[in-house]
Design a protein around this ligand. Sequence first.
Ligand SMILES: [Zn+2]
Length: 313
Amino acid sequence: MNVALQEAPLVRPPQIAPIKEAPTTLMNALTIDLEEWFHVTNFEGVIKRREWPGLETRVQETMPRLLDVLDEFNTKATFFTLGWVAREFPWIIKRLEASGHEIASHGDEHKLLVNQTPKQFRDQLVRSRDVLEQLAQQPVVGHRAPSYSLRWSTRWAVDIMIEEGFLYDSSVFPFGPRKESRLCSSRVPCMLDVQGLGSLTEYPLSIEKVYGVDLPIAGGGYFRFLPLNLIKQGIKQINERGQRYIMYLHPWEIDPDQPRVHKASWLAKFRHYHQLHKTEDKLRELLSEFQFGSIRDIFWSEEKQKYLTHAQN
Ligand SMILES: [Zn+2]
């Protein structure tokens, strides 16, 4: 036997290519702020609201493309939608509904909380919720303030959201000038309790320390600016702790052909247009390596009938 073995021709083990790391099974939250390129706070100083009706709309082109990408990876998302978009393009809301996405409110006309009175905020919130619910067959119970403008000075908005029946909010981005929100000091979901009224679950956008530096890996412009490897490393770290990465994007971020606002400042243009042509490919790569779903998919508890601070899926 031994001899026979010794005489057997030497067979080298085949060269095995390194196995690509299996995608993590934890589901992360993908959120889309559904608005037009001209709604952004970044251009507020140079595009007047009264000019909006005359501007070229792009969501008819970008939304089907974005939804096709999500379908390709069988991914659902939460769409924080402006009431303005729902009134102009009802078919988009119906398609979101038919595709199983979660529909939530991004306010009605993209007004920052810091620029509104409590009454104006309530009117905008209810107006957006009403038009979305008229078009979709799902209750609208989530909200995201334009430009993450929920902070300590606008905490009255939490009372109003609870009074109007909203169950969760995702308007805290604890990075840069928004860091001092004090509403949700942690980087993980928390409950915002209001005595005598109830509570609202807050889902802050993801910040993660990667190689010793705090990085706003949550998305948007940062998703376009930061190398994808750093973002992936951050997501892995978050998932390794058993937590969920919460990400955001806008339809205009996959639209390199959108009209240019020449009169905007150099910095505003850089923020808005930098690497638009790369966003779709980066998103595809992320969706191929990580699991994503809507906030509802991850945090809604059917049993408890509430949005939890810890994941259900
Ligand atoms: Zn927005």
